[in-house]
Every structure is written in C-alpha cells, then in structure tokens.
Design a protein around this ligand. Structure first.
Ligand SMILES: Nc1ncnc2c1ncn2[C@@H]1O[C@H](COP(=O)(O)OP(=O)(O)OP(=O)(O)O)[C@@H](O)[C@H]1O
Ligand SMILES: [Mg+2]
Length: 268
C-alpha cells in the first residue's frame, strides 16, 4: 500500500507520517518512508539524531547518472525509466525495518524540468513494487502542486491532515479537488490537535469532529490525534545498536494510529 500525507503547512503531516511508520515498523512490517519535502524533517521525527545521515536522492549524483546513463552535461539523452527496485535497500537509511529516503529538491514528477533526478524520483514513486504487506508512506510538503499525475495515480490513498480550524479544513477541501483532478480516488482526512491528551473534554471533541466532518463534505474523517506536547520528541527512539523503540508519545497514541491504518486498509 502506498499512502501520501498532505495538508496545510504545520498541521502535523510529518508527525503523522512518523507515527504511522513507527507503529507499522514496530509491528514488523516493512516500511518505506519517503520525505518528499525539500525542507526535510521526517528523519528527525523518526528519531534520527543526525539528519546528515540521510542523503537526499537529488544529491546522489553518481547513482543518478549510473541509473539514467546521463552524462554530466545538460541536454544529453538519458534513460526515462531507470531501475529503482533496489534503491530502498541500497540507498535508504535503515531505521529498524523502515527504509527512509529523502527526495531533496526534486520535483515528484510534476511539470517543470524533466531531468535525470526527476526521472529517478518518478520511477521510484510510480514503479517501485512493494510487497502486499509492505507499506510506503510519503510525507509531502504542503500542497499537491508538486505531484505529477502518474505519481498521484500510483498512490493508493491520500491522507490530508487537518487541525480543528477553518483554514486547514478549507485547504483539505482544495487538496481533495486537486487530488480529484490528478486522478486520485481515495482521499481521507485525519484531525490533529483535537482535544488535549489525557483530558476528557466530554462531548466537546465529538461535537467538533462532527463539525469538521460536515465542513469536509465527502472526504471521510478516519481518525484523530489530540494535542500532546510529547509528540515533539518524535515517534521512535533509536538505540546505539540500531534497535528501535517507541517514544512515550507513540505508545500513548498507538491505538489511534492503528485505527487510522485499519480504516485506510478497509477502504482502499
Ligand atoms: N498533536 C500534536 N500535539 C502537539 N504538538 C504537535 C502535534 N502535532 C504536531 N505537533 C508539533 O507541531 C509542529 C509541526 O508539526 P509537523 O512538523 O508534523 O507539521 P507539518 O505539517 O509536517 O509541517 P510542515 O508543513 O512544516 O512540513 C512540530 O513541532 C510537531 O512536533
Ligand atoms: Mg512536515
């Protein structure tokens, strides 16, 4: 299953991507986590202390020219469908059974330049075949403008993160329209920062959920996460030997994350 995570700036896309990847990895699923935001911080949300450990694909010049046959000079011919199947194993940062890749400042196959780096990224997102029980999670920058049609259509689901405010919900509706134009059929929403962890707000949370669902129209709301300052610590702790363990925040919200995964699975 390939899931893209989108939404307005700052709503919690990276947090949700890391939590989803973390829960699945701790359940022994193979996860490919892709940071598609040029301003990358998924690695840090996954517990990687030193972000320089993740070399963005856009900067793997040797691999790009080897795979595409591109010479260094601009304007030459190059292979548009390079081999990508072994990229997660060969080039990703391994965090438990998460294979993490950052795209760097490369277009995800949308308009603009068709260059060797774009060809690799597009081939990776579109042609990478993942096992039945494996999962690809792509943390995107705000908006979908960077997403090419082929990439969009290769995703099984788009999860739009919203906060309990009018603006991010309006963005979600626009994202849904754009997703529709790109040919993505399955679009879901998750509310982040709804209520406060450990506090029972009574019927207020339920009421807010219903209001948000109404505002979202036909985009199904499939889960929610409360405000929880512990989420700033990210999803995973990585021991010196490379073993991964959940942070307190991940442990506290595993149930909510599992339920989001189950909802997506049952609907795609
Ligand atoms: N439920 C939450 N409770 C408390 N803090 C949160 C919660 N969700 C996210 N945060 C914090 O809010 C900040 C923004 O979250 P995050 O980076 O996940 O958003 P984003 O949508 O990926 O942002 P960007 O658009 O910049 O990529 C982070 O510091 C994160 O730790
Ligand atoms: Mg982010």
């Amino acid at each position: 299953m390939k899931i893209a995570i989108s939404g307005k700036g700052g709503v919690g896309k990276t947090t949700l991507s890391a939590m989803l990847s973390g829960v699945l990895a701790l359940e022994d699923r193979r996860v490919i986590a892709i940071d598609a935001d040029p301003d990358a911080n998924l690695a840090s949300a996954l517990g990687v202390g030193d972000e320089t450990q993740v070399v963005p694909l856009a900067e793997m010049h040797d691999m790009i020219s080897e795979r595409t046959g591109a010479a260094d000079e601009p304007g030459g011919y190059f292979q548009l469908n390079p081999k990508v199947d072994d990229i997660p194993d060969e080039y990703a940062l391994k965090i438990g059974n998460i294979r993490m890749l950052a795209l760097g400042g490369v277009s995800q196959g949308g308009g603009g330049c068709i260059c060797p780096a774009t060809a690799i990224v597009k081939a990776l997102l579109v042609h990478l075949i993942i096992g039945r029980d494996d999962i690809l999670i792509m943390d995107m920058e705000a908006g979908l403008e960077h997403l090419g049609r082929a990439t969009a259509q290769s995703m099984d689901a788009l999860v739009v993160v919203v906060n309990p405010d009018r603006w991010s919900v309006q963005t979600a509706v626009r994202v849904r329209d754009l997703a529709g134009d790109l040919g993505m059929k399955k679009v879901f929403a998750v509310v982040n920062r709804l209520g406060i962890a450990g506090q029972d707000a009574g019927g207020e949370v339920q009421e807010k959920l219903e209001q948000i669902q109404t505002a979202l129209g036909d985009v199904p709301l499939i889960g929610s996460l409360p405000m929880d300052p512990r989420l700033g610590e990210g999803a995973l702790k990585i021991a010196p030997d490379g073993a991964i363990a959940p942070t307190e925040a991940l442990t506290a919200h595993t149930g909510a994350i599992e339920s989001i995964i189950a909802e997506v699975r049952s609907r795609v």
